[in-house]
Design a protein around this ligand. Structure first.
Ligand SMILES: Cc1cc2nc3c(=O)[nH]c(=O)nc-3n(C[C@H](O)[C@H](O)[C@H](O)COP(=O)(O)OP(=O)(O)OC[C@H]3O[C@@H](n4cnc5c(N)ncnc54)[C@H](O)[C@@H]3O)c2cc1C
Length: 454
């Protein structure tokens, strides 16, 4: 094997973007991928879920919103064709990444990297990876505790290969994956129960977003069990029986055709690497420049076990490329937005208000989507825009949004916080009418003390 400047292990959003940027910096770059290019995000994550979310929205709009506007139609789901649409989006994404890698001259090896005697080796090829530097971007996989494991259980790894829609579904875990799946399957007509150990859905998001989502789920007849713990899952004749210890301490058995476990993900490392002292509780530990304690070995993305999101993996990949190329000025700021494609959509960045309210020195204003003109015309009035500022400086510290299309609108807030913009500077920007983004302006006016529209 010729010697490369850098070998990147893993072709997910972290590894692929890292390899492309390294090649753009003129580094001779090798990308090692054991499965499909695009990683979790393209193959069993962001892309297939959002393809299903798009279909779910059409179903829900046709069934619930269209009749209110005087439009009626017969809505029917051909599940086989839906899954063809899902697979098409995955293939387009995968091929797009492959062609970008080849366009920029990244060399690709389809093999599994393992770690032995201080070196990375290609399992099938049987050769040592010859590179001056290594970037580990091996990602993560769904976590299923032994006690809940059973052969027929679904995780996000196999849910996109299903052939039929279940009549009923138990979802264990109400993080972003669990609630997106609940929205999707419920829109398709599956009877959904969702169980969460913490006292609210999406427990790491804004507390009002959790409440709003719970209300919306209940209206859609999704059964929500919070402060509840799944104790046992057993396969039965027609499906599964799930024993849940509910909030009041009693035990309930829920019978469903299928069970989807979405309680979290665990980093994946090459065989042999977990024996190194680079790992702490299964996560690869790095410094601020993504360097591990092994010289010339870096790690980015889900394998670090911190913020497991595609755009974080990508930003870290691009940043480590800048570090390796000696361009520290191109390293990103570590402010990570989050977007959840449930119904209604939820998006947030910076400080999120928790169950105990805001810290001292912070102030908020919440503008309801029901007072927004565009939301009204869409017939989607659920939601809000919340701005949190530092009282003393007026600087924007956090924004949480819920409502139609808010995942597309968050960037205004990301730039404002990233650049340390205060509320008065934001208000100098004229917001177009009628748009959902006016709700951000309205919330900003509210926190500045002169709300125009409420
Ligand atoms: C259902 C679901 C929905 C999601 N939706 C979103 C979303 O909407 N937005 C968002 O930002 N994030 C989303 N995510 C998370 C996102 O997919 C991950 O954070 C992201 O893919 C992590 O990127 P990565 O490059 O670190 O790792 P991965 O994408 O996991 O890629 C790692 C790659 O490394 C390869 N690999 C592993 N070990 C080896 C080895 N030894 N040798 C060679 N190759 C190896 C794997 O085959 C894989 O291709 C979602 C995840 C799931 C499961």
């Amino acid at each position: 094997m010729v010697k490369f400047d850098v070998a990147v292990i893993g072709g997910g959003p972290g590894g692929a973007d890292c390899a492309i940027r390294l090649a753009q910096y003129g580094k001779r770059t090798l990308l090692i991928e054991k499965a499909h290019m695009g990683g979790t995000c393209t193959n069993v994550g962001c892309i297939p879920t959002k393809a299903m979310v798009a279909a779910a929205k059409i179903m829900k709009d046709s069934r619930k919103r269209a009749p209110r506007m005087g439009i009626s139609s017969v809505v029917d789901l051909d599940f086989e064709r839906l899954m063809k649409h899902v697979n098409r989006t995955v293939t387009i994404s995968r091929k797009g990444i492959e062609s970008l890698l080849s366009k920029y001259g990244v060399e690709i090896v389809r093999d599994t990297a393992i770690y032995k005697d201080g070196q990375f080796i290609l399992e099938k090829g049987g050769v040592t990876v010859a590179a001056s530097k290594i970037v580990l971007a091996t990602g993560s996989s769904p976590f299923v505790p032994e006690a809940l494991n059973s052969p027929g259980i679904w995780t996000s790894d196999n849910v996109f290969s299903i052939k039929e829609l279940p009549k009923s579904l138990m979802i264990v875990g109400a993080g972003y994956i669990g609630v997106e799946m609940a929205s999707i399957f419920s829109a398709f007509g599956t009877e959904v129960t969702i169980v969460e150990m913490m006292n609210r859905l999406i427990p790491f998001e804004d507390v009002e977003a959790s409440r709003l989502l719970e209300d919306s789920f209940k209206r859609d007849k999704i059964r929500v069990l919070t402060s509840s713990k799944v104790k046992k899952i057993e396969e039965t004749d027609g499906g599964f029986s799930t024993v849940v210890e509910t909030a009041d301490g009693s035990s309930e058995t829920v019978m469903t055709e299928k069970v989807l476990i979405a309680i979290g993900r665990r980093p994946v490392v090459p065989d042999g690497f977990s024996e190194t002292d680079v790992l702490e509780k299964g996560r690869v530990v790095t410094d601020n420049n993504y360097a591990t304690s092994i010289e010339d070995v870096y790690a980015i993305g889900d394998v670090r076990g911190e913020t497991m999101l595609a755009h974080v993996a990508s930003a870290e990949g691009v940043s480590v490329a800048a570090v390796i190329a000696g361009k520290p000025e191109e390293v990103h700021k570590k402010l990570y937005p989050g977007v959840i494609f449930c119904e209604p959509e939820i998006a947030s960045v910076g400080v999120r208000e928790g169950s105990n309210g805001l810290d001292e020195g912070l102030e908020k204003f919440v503008f309801p989507m029901s007072a927004n003109g565009r939301a009204n015309t869409l017939g989607e009035r659920d939601g809000f825009a919340k701005i949190i500022i530092e009282k003393a400086s007026g600087k924007i510290k956090g924004v949480s949004l819920a409502g139609p299309g808010v995942t597309e609108l968050l960037m205004e807030a990301v730039i404002a916080i990233n650049e340390g913009i205060d509320i008065h500077t934001l208000l100098k920007a004229v917001h177009p009418h009628p748009t959902i983004c006016e709700a951000i302006k309205d919330a900003a006016e509210g926190v500045a003390g002169f709300p125009l529209h409420i």
